[in-house]
Write a protein that binds this ligand. Structure first.
Ligand SMILES: Nc1ncnc2c1ncn2[C@@H]1O[C@H](COP(=O)(O)OP(=O)(O)O)[C@@H](O)[C@H]1O
Ligand SMILES: O=P(O)(O)O[C@H]1O[C@H](CO)[C@@H](O[C@H]2O[C@H](CO)[C@@H](O)[C@H](O)[C@H]2O)[C@H](O)[C@H]1O
Length: 475
């Protein structure tokens, strides 16, 4: 079975535009498909059927395609693993990408997002367990072969994510990176480093997948142990806010489901992760010239954001003042590897401890930028933003009143303080002592969030905008 690149190029744009992880929705780019690798030819991949249905008995081929999207100011590359089938498959309807023609037989070939096709996802795990190289794609095993659950069936996680994650049984989770860039993905890099130093607050790395092109390494996927008993911080924090709002007039410390003790432990765990990152990668110092450069970059991000979110004009002057204060910090600032996109959706509470996930950094930044050392206050700011989000997002659904606004602000403040105290107690500096850094980082993050919300969840845009008003006023 051979399919024509031009035909794949024809069907991809409409499907891409519907994917949550596709960052190009608000821009017009031209899409060109290219075949990266064939992981399994159609005839060699027949799997025993799960359901016994006839349609499942077709042998699907598996290919990794890349969608190169060209905009006036650059190119983005998206990974699109495709399952090639000879017939439409009803239960895969939501993963249908398009129909093309087999160049050899003239028959129709039905293309599906392979990550939703349970009959083919085992290819990735088997190749990692066997440390295979398939058509230039290298499958690396980072744990014992017995820890790779090759015979488990997969299920795609349905959350709003930048990548696509599949859970195999309840043993492993594979994240397939969607937007690709040259370089070892920091998520793989940091998990591998933590395996060496014995970091306690991350999930175990089981394997990863890379390829080489034009003498550069590209990261395609990462496999980790799946933490079955875990609940994510966003669910726990928003349940606490719901409990509070359901009570008539109680304060956050009086209502059931108070989150502050967990926020405090989360702060401590974050400080331990920062210490592990220092052990693994060392520290550097940001001098005044570098601080000015970072402030200039924040201003540039604000300039770009103003084009997409015109409401930012009301706060721009105050934010620029926060960035000026950052540029004028006179003492050197200690820098290290950081998480880069820390928020409540990136932390899991297991029965033993908080675990931090997804060390990729902000998906919108280049890998080199995400690997650059920064102040760990950047992560503290990210989490503080998340407490604002958890408190305020329910006001969007239920409608804000002066009283609910007040109570949401009180919940956010209580948990922000608890987190900062935990971070300081476990070895971070007191964040309040770094107030200028904290305010600038919070502002920079909330500007990023304003763009993110405008593109993905416009009804949530008021959340970062409200915080930006507060930050602009205090600058
Ligand atoms: N090791 C794990 N164990 C259990 N759940 C996980 C694990 N890793 C990720 N998850 C779940 O998958 C979600 C997405 O993972 P994440 O790494 O944040 O992907 P993305 O880069 O797409 O945002 C997380 O919010 C979490 O709910
Ligand atoms: O997909 P990622 O987890 O890498 O991160 C992106 O999506 C996040 C939303 O899912 C977004 O986070 C923002 O919304 C969260 C609530 O859904 C909130 O807790 C965060 O504080 C807020 O930044 C994140 O910014 C984006 O990079």
């Amino acid at each position: 079975m051979r399919i024509d690149t031009a035909e794949v190029t024809r069907v991809l744009p409409e499907w891409l535009g519907r994917q949550r992880w596709y960052a190009g929705k608000s821009r017009s780019g031209s899409v060109a498909a290219r075949l990266l690798a064939t992981l399994a030819p159609p005839t060699e991949n027949a799997q025993p059927t799960l359901t016994g249905d006839r349609e499942d008995q077709q042998a699907a081929g598996v290919q990794i395609w890349i969608a190169d999207v060209t905009y006036p100011d650059g190119v983005e590359h998206y990974q699109v693993p495709l399952a090639l089938r000879t017939q439409r498959v009803e239960h895969l309807d939501r993963a249908f990408v398009g129909s093309v023609t087999d160049l050899d037989s003239g028959q129709s070939v039905e293309l599906y997002d392979a990550l939703y096709d349970k009959e083919v996802t085992g290819v990735w795990l088997r190749a990692m367990a066997e440390e295979s190289v398939l058509d230039g794609v290298t499958f690396v095993r980072d744990a014992a072969a017995s820890e790779i659950p090759v015979s488990e069936s997969s299920l795609v996680l349905s959350g709003e994510q930048s990548n696509t994650s599949l859970v195999f049984g309840d043993a492993a989770i594979m994240k397939v990176f969607r937007r690709l860039e040259p370089g070892l993905n920091p998520d793989i890099e940091i998990h591998a480093a933590f395996a060496e130093i014995g970091g306690r607050h991350v999930a175990k790395l089981l394997g990863h997948v890379t390829t080489e092109r034009d003498d550069e390494l590209w990261s395609l996927a990462m496999l980790q142990e799946f933490l079955t008993t875990a609940t994510d911080g966003w669910q726990l924090a928003t349940a606490s806010v719901r409990d509070l709002m359901a009570e008539g007039d109680l304060h956050a410390d009086e209502a059931g489901g108070d989150f502050a003790a967990e926020a405090n432990r989360l702060g401590m765990s974050t400080a331990e992760v920062h210490a592990d990152l220092r052990t693994a990668f060392g520290t550097t110092v940001l001098d005044s010239a570098q601080l000015r450069e970072r402030a200039a970059a924040m201003n540039t991000r604000l300039d770009a954001a103003l084009h997409e979110v015109p409401q930012l004009a009301d706060v721009a002057e105050g934010l620029r003042k926060a960035y000026d204060d950052f540029a004028e910090i006179s003492e050197p600032v200690t820098a290290q590897r950081v998480h880069g996109d820390l928020h409540l959706g990136q932390v899991l509470r297991t029965s033993h401890r908080w675990v931090i996930l997804d060390f990729e950094g902000e998906p919108a930044k280049a890998i080199t930028e995400r690997q650059a050392n920064d102040s760990p206050i950047r992560d503290v700011a990210g989490m503080l933003r998340s407490f604002d989000y958890a408190a305020r997002h329910q006001l969007i659904d239920m409608g804000a009143t002066p009283q609910s606004e007040f109570r949401a602000a009180e919940w956010a403040q209580r948990n922000r303080d608890a987190f900062c105290n935990g971070w300081a107690e476990a070895g971070g500096n007191e964040p309040a002592a770094s107030a200028v850094l904290l305010r600038a980082f919070e502002a920079d993050k909330a500007v990023y969030e304003a763009v993110y919300e405008a593109r993905n969840r416009p009804n949530w845009l008021p959340i970062p905008l409200a915080s930006l008003h507060r930050l602009a006023e205090t600058a």
